[in-house]
Design a protein around this ligand. Structure first.
Ligand SMILES: N[C@@H](CCC(=O)N[C@@H](CS)C(=O)NCC(=O)O)C(=O)O
Length: 201
């Protein structure tokens, strides 16, 4: 049976689910659910996910599952996207947790405020931009000597991290300042069969 994905196509968290499903050849039924139009806050949606957030999937047996990284882990179980070695797998989790705690809360939030809520600079938390810059510097330093985040191969760590990094320009960040990150974004997009989202490439 096909799983159903409630997702918003502007959301990196939701696109992570589509990237993994497409890469592994798993069919999904996508139900477009707009965050901006508050379709995640209707009584019908809240009955499925009380957190009022996408992505949300309805699994083959009817159980709902939320949280983008949990959904990716479910879809990728037993695949090459999860390292077999225990330490490499733990390192993948390290980056997945960091992505949710430090990366998504900076780049995705700044992008949403600027590109979708169209907030003037004066209404945006001034701490967000330096936080994004620190995140990109950590990634750039890591990628200076590596093509992928973990174990020299594409893993869920790359997919989670690329989801919003490829839209950094929409948060007012120019990836030319972080050249290893820029090169890695293009590499991962290619691995995922995506046209680059980066401007001027
Ligand atoms: N940690 C969650 C974050 C989910 C999330 O923030 N979803 C946003 C879209 S990217 C949303 O549904 N926002 C609607 C709302 O909070 O009302 C995940 O990774 O799935």
């Amino acid at each position: 049976m096909t799983i159903t994905v409630y997702g918003d196509s502007i959301s990196g968290n939701c696109l992570k689910v589509k990237f993994v499903a497409d890469l592994l050849g798993k069919p999904i039924r996508w139900i477009e659910t707009s965050v901006v139009r508050k379709e995640t806050r209707t009584p019908a949606f809240l009955a499925l996910n009380p957190a009022g957030q996408v992505p949300l999937v309805i699994l083959e047996d009817g159980r709902p599952l939320a949280q983008s990284n949990a959904i990716m882990l479910y879809l990728a179980e037993g695949s090459r996207l999860i390292p077999a070695d225990a330490v490499d797998r733990a390192l993948m989790f390290q980056w997945l947790f960091w992505e949710q705690y430090s990366h998504e809360t900076a780049i995705a939030v700044l992008r949403f405020h600027k590109a979708y809520l169209k907030k003037p600079e004066s209404e945006i938390d001034p701490a967000l931009k330096p936080k994004c810059e620190r995140v990109l510097t950590i990634m750039n330093d890591h990628l200076a000597t590596r093509a992928y985040f973990v174990a020299d191969a594409l893993s869920l760590a790359d997919i989670a991290l690329v989801a919003y990094t490829r839209f950094s320009h929409e948060a007012g960040l120019d990836l030319r300042q972080w050249p290893h990150v820029q090169g890695w974004v293009v590499r991962i997009e290619k691995d995922l069969g995506l046209k680059t989202a980066l401007p001027n490439l």
